[in-house]
Design a protein around this ligand. Structure first.
Ligand code: ATP
Ligand code: MG
Length: 141
């Protein structure tokens, strides 16, 4: 089975009904929950996770937002975990999500391009890196 790293971001964790709805979407789509945990990042952890975006105009905003409150991280497993979770998330930009994929998680719950409810690994290499970032003991179990 393929693994991916999913995050429910602080905007959605702050709203219990949004958190529950995203969790239910995971279950409804038969993604297996291999691990889950609630975490709040320091600014340093947020910067490190998003290093690849460090030159982008939205980087500071993104880093601050992701360190602004608790989030929930999951390791999810499925034959097609990476593309399946990405398609459930919907487009990055909230306007696009609402207009082209209104049933998606971001189309339903996204607030802004930064506060867009969820994260998902975009490749197998990202998934390994991100799983190790959140669950450093995972491979040794
Ligand atoms: P994620 O990495 O969170 O799964 P993604 O892969 O769809 O999302 P990326 O291009 O990797 O999108 O951007 C990472 C995050 O940076 C986005 O989820 C969003 O929170 C923020 N972001 C991306 N583009 C913009 C933008 N144009 N304006 C504001 N924030 C943005
Ligand atoms: Mg991304």
């Amino acid at each position: 089975l393929q693994l991916t790293l999913a995050i429910i971001k602080p905007d959605a964790v702050a709203h219990p009904l949004f958190l529950e709805a995203v969790h239910q979407t995971i279950l409804d789509n038969r993604l297996l929950i291999v691990r889950s945990k609630d975490v709040t990042w320091s600014r340093q952890e947020s910067q490190k996770f998003y290093q690849e975006h460090s030159g982008r105009f939205f980087y500071q905003r993104l880093v601050e937002f992701m360190a602004s409150g608790p989030m929930r991280a999951y390791i999810l497993a499925h034959e097609e975990a990476i593309p399946l979770w990405r398609s459930l998330m919907g487009p990055t930009r909230v306007f696009r999500a609402q207009h082209t994929d209104p049933e998606s998680i971001r189309g339903s719950f996204g607030l802004t391009d930064t506060r867009n409810t969820v994260h998902g690994s975009d490749s197998a290499a990202s998934a390994s890196r991100e799983i190790a970032f959140f669950f450093p003991d995972f491979n040794e179990e």
